[in-house]
Design a protein around this ligand. Sequence first.
Ligand code: CMC
Length: 427
Amino acid sequence: MSLTATIEFQGKKYEFPVTEGTEGEMGIDIKTLRGASGLVTLDPGYKNTGSCESAITFLDGEKGILRYRGYSIEELAEHADFLEVAYLLIFGELPNKEQLEKFDADIKAESHVDEEMKKILDGFPKSAHPMGVLSSLTSALIAFNPSAVDVSSEEKMYTSIVRILAKFPVLVAWAMRKKMGLPLDYGDDSLGYVENIHKMMFKRPNQEYKRNPLVIEALDKLLILHADHEQNCSTSTVRIVGSSHAGLFASLSAGISALWGPLHGGANQAVLEMLEAIQEDGGDTKKYMAKAKDKNDPFRLMGFGHRVYKNFDPRARIIKKSADEVLGDLGIDDPILDIAKGLEKEALEDKYFVDRKLYPNVDFYSGIIYRALGIPVEMFTVMFALGRLPGWIAQWREMRLKKEPIGRPRQIYTGENHRSFKKINER
Ligand code: CMC
């Protein structure tokens, strides 16, 4: 039996179909609402608006569930590697051995970035934030790969996808090396995807690169945990930019900018800066708890709260465990971790945080691991972008294959009514 919902307005009833997802979520399909009734819906921040039907990621914020293509994040973090997860997200199924080898080889074949790109990077001051650099370089790649905008065939789309998966890590590494004053380098095709990224970031010009499987494993897990999160701010940005038929790289560049903000991916940098500030201020976590609750103080406890998770963030649980393991394995005793644990304990017992269902999110602990891995604070959000890349690609591809219409919300106008123009001497 097909379900419907009825809206009654000024004595008239309008009926709309209800769409049901595979996990029982239901949405009123209001595509015909304005045409039939003249009404639009109003939902700033899209708290109740489904922008699309998607088969990529399932998230239940109440139960703390996150699945990519049906597989739980816990299982993927435990058993899969990042490249397998990227393939899964983008193409819908886990790759078999041949498919994974081909995917890997196709990516490696595209891992060269035009030398001219270095001149663009050169133009940035060393103080530039790497997220701005990354967004600009991703956009600049279009000029060197014009065919990347051609989405008329699956094959061409595939080429664009492997191309960006190959070149993006080089840009990430360059953004970091520029900041650290290190020469720009290319990868090593004999290494796995994540290890290659690590080598590109950290290899010193006059030292042998030392392989540390613990570090690579931790990095791989972090990237998997960040790989997709359904219709968040940056993903919605990628989809909406792509919906105008702007190319993949342009859409990704916009997504990077959206991720940069401290309420989204920028929170991991903000968390660490906050923890450092608390430490410098004598480690008084109670003082910062009080600031976070004070409505006259703009301070928020960074790394707490989530638009969708109102119970716990499953990624935060995995990362917290991983942070303990990584610091233990690397023999690091970081007082910042103690401050983080203290804050978490206090917040979880505090009425303000409990009432508002504010729990630690993915960014609360990820920064501590990045720090332990020697990644500079300003690169934290770049690491998030690196992880999120397959998710953005998968969502963009799904949107294009479904031939979704251009994203163009309506509004309720609240400005002046018509008035006559006044010449400058009459104002
Ligand atoms: N510290 C103190 N109060 C908070 C916090 C916080 N971190 N987060 C939410 N609140 C309060 C907020 O003031 C509001 O209180 P009241 O009802 O009294 O006005 C209530 O909780 C609801 O907050 P909201 O801002 O309406 O919730 P939202 O769904 O619009 O925002 C959020 C979600 C993640 C932007 C927000 O919780 C926040 O700013 N957190 C800190 C930044 C952060 O950690 N962001 C990373 C998100 S996870 C990574 C990602 O996916 O990007």
